[in-house]
Structures are given as C-alpha cells and as structure tokens.
Ligand binder design. Sequence first.
Ligand code: ATP
Ligand code: MG
Length: 245
Amino acid sequence: MQRPAIDIRNILKRYGKIQALDNVTFQIPTGEIFGLLGPNGAGKSTLINILCGLVKPDAGSVTIAGHDAKREHQVAAEDFGVLLESFGFYPTYTARDTLTILQRYRGYRDQDEVDTLLDKVGLSERADSRVQSYSQGMHKRLGIATALLGDPKIIILDEPTAGLDPGGMQAIRTLLTDLHAEGTTIVISSHLLGEIERLCTRIALLKSGEIISEGVLKDILTQDGDITSLEDYFLKQTGDYNAHE
Ligand SMILES: Nc1ncnc2c1ncn2[C@@H]1O[C@H](COP(=O)(O)OP(=O)(O)OP(=O)(O)O)[C@@H](O)[C@H]1O
Ligand SMILES: [Mg+2]
C-alpha cells in the first residue's frame, strides 16, 4: 500500500476536564479529498492544530508525508499548507503584501504565483486594498490563498467555505477539484455537508473526541437504504436523526 499522506495514531488531548481527542487513529491516503466532520466541539480544530504543530498532543503521533510532525516538524511543514479556523493578518497590509511577505518568510519571491493565487481565489480586484477593509469572505479567500503558497502536496483547510458567497464557494470547489486532479491531498473540515458530499472521496466522523466512523464516502452513502444524503448519515451517527419518521 502507498504510504498515507497523513498517519494519525492514538492521539489523546485533554483540556482540563474536557477530553478533546480520545485515542484518535486513522490514515488519510495520498491523493484523497478527505472530509473531517463532527458536531461543534467534536475535536476537529484541535486535531488540525495538532497536525500543523500548533497544539501538542498528550500522547500519540502524527506522520505527515512520512515525517514525524514533532521530531521533524520543519520538514513536515514544507509539505503542507493550512487554513486555520481562526487566523489573522496584518490589517494595514494588502492581500498582495501578505502573500509576498509569506513567500519571503519561506525564502522565495514569485510575483506570478501571487497573481495566480489572487486570481484563483477571486481577490484580484481587491489585491491592493488593505486587509482591514475586507469583508469576511474576502478575508477567508486570502486565508485560502496563503494555504496554497508554495504548491504544497497536502492542504488542510478548517472551514474553508464558511462565510463565502455562492460564487466564492463554486470558485473554491473548482480550485480544490483541480488540485485534487493534480494529485494534491486535501483535508477539509466543514459543517457544509452538501459541499463535503460534492467534493470528498473519503470522510471521518468525530464525536466527543472519538472517531465514530471513517471510510469511502460512496460506500457510506450506499450501505444503508435509509440514508439518502451525508446529512442523514451525519445526523444518524451523531444521534440527532429523526428524519423519515
Ligand atoms: N484552547 C482550549 N482550551 C480549552 N478547551 C479547548 C481549547 N480548544 C478546544 N477546547 C475544547 O475542546 C473541545 C474540542 O474543540 P474543537 O475546537 O476542536 O472542536 P471542533 O470540532 O473544531 O468544533 P466546531 O465545529 O465548533 O469548530 C471543545 O470542548 C472545546 O471547548
Ligand atoms: Mg472547529
């Protein structure tokens, strides 16, 4: 079997009395568009923060493209781009400045890449306005552009389309589908189950810090005659299901 893009083993994370992640183990195969789902507070963002080294797990290991996320953090980080749930930019910089500065941090300069990314996320017209003047959706578009800098092999996006207008959602969907076709592994956490259903090839469902199901989306949606959508499945698995009554 091909090495997984991300290998998560026995992750435990506790915040005081809250067990945010409880022995989480699963693999994200290379080349998938993977949906990380779960109700509010399930542990999705905590897991994403652990994947990118921002939060230290109490136990367990994460391997990204074959590199241990803790011991070889620097090398692992070169392989992925991330959009966090909460992120901020310097308010007085423009989108163009922001992307250029982030390139410089990584030791390169490529104005063509900046222009291409701004175009891909639909920010070209506002590229030279200050970030402080952006709407919520424009801010998110810039966040997605930063995750794509350097053409990473793995992209992790926490709620990428929340707050985007329908045109923005469609643009991001097209962008992610194109990246998937080029072989990029994409991990998306989202409550927009229609979007996940359209995009993802595989999903994992977290509830109260535990993985309660994981697998190929197509198989999940056809295994039970009662399930007609990912929303049905989600509600049934998480215990809030009372449709078809
Ligand atoms: N820094 C922190 N300090 C204390 N508790 C935290 C912290 N971060 C997360 N938690 C708790 O851990 C649990 C998991 O939170 P997390 O943000 O990972 O959930 P989530 O699945 O991303 O939810 P949402 O869908 O609302 O974004 C929650 O109970 C949350 O209150
Ligand atoms: Mg979250």
